[in-house]
Design a protein around this ligand. Structure first.
Ligand SMILES: Cc1cn([C@H]2C[C@H](O)[C@@H](COP(=O)(O)OP(=O)(O)O[C@H]3O[C@@H](C)C(=O)[C@@H](O)[C@H]3O)O2)c(=O)[nH]c1=O
Length: 188
């Protein structure tokens, strides 16, 4: 397994060891011991899977407010995504900066996103299955987000007219969201 460091201190891009042969491949999708050795020490309590039919489906940008913030370990079981994270930690030198990474069934790459980030992705091919572990349970009351095309954040998405959920079409702008991340006030 190889761990690549990113612009953000504790965000990690992980390339698992893939054993390929004439049948296909084998990989350890998750190994607690190995992942702890690279400094990911949170306890994952929930595994999520989403399936997106169309390329250009965009889910995000999402986060749960404190005290129900979530760290995420994101991977792709089928297809490919452009995975985007935004640093919402007020004290961070990279506050409000974003980065995007391609995760796919071919590169096997996983992204570890600590608590304090907004997360979203856009599918690059049809029939994409994303799997991610989270270290806090889902809480509808703490569910929050930022509009995907927020002008302040200037994210370069690979699509200009994405397929969005009704909820994601109505997410607030970052100017109204970041102030609410730590105090649990709710995004308006
Ligand atoms: C996230 C989540 C949703 N749900 C429910 C709520 C809703 O009825 C339905 C679909 O939820 P959403 O539309 O929020 O699903 P989705 O847009 O795929 O939300 C996900 O997006 C990515 C980018 C993330 O980072 C995740 O944390 C999560 O926010 O599933 C759960 O039951 N448990 C969960 O953990």
């Amino acid at each position: 397994m190889k761990v690549n460091h990113t612009l953000f201190d504790d965000v990690k891009l992980i390339d698992p060891t893939v054993h390929s042969d004439h049948r296909g491949f084998f990989k350890e999708q998750y190994n607690e011991q190995t992942i702890r050795k690279v400094g990911i020490t949170c306890t994952f309590v929930q595994d999520n899977v989403s399936f997106s039919k169309e390329a250009g489906t965009l889910r995000g940008l999402h986060f749960q407010r404190e005290p129900k913030a979530q760290a995420k370990l994101v991977s792709v079981l089928a297809g490919a995504i452009y995975d985007v994270i935004v640093d919402l930690r007020h004290e961070s030198p990279t506050f409000k900066r974003w980065q995007g990474y391609v995760l796919s069934e071919h590169n096997h790459r996983q992204l570890f996103v600590p608590r304090g980030f907004a997360h979203g992705f856009c599918t690059l091919v049809p029939n994409t299955i994303v799997m991610y572990k989270v270290d806090e349970y889902y809480s509808k009351e703490h569910d929050s987000g930022i509009y995907w095309n927020d002008k302040d954040l200037q994210i370069s998405w690979p699509v200009s007219v994405p397929i969005l959920s009704a909820k994601d079409q109505q997410l607030p702008l970052s100017a109204h969201t970041d102030a609410n991340f730590n105090d649990g006030d709710g995004a308006k």
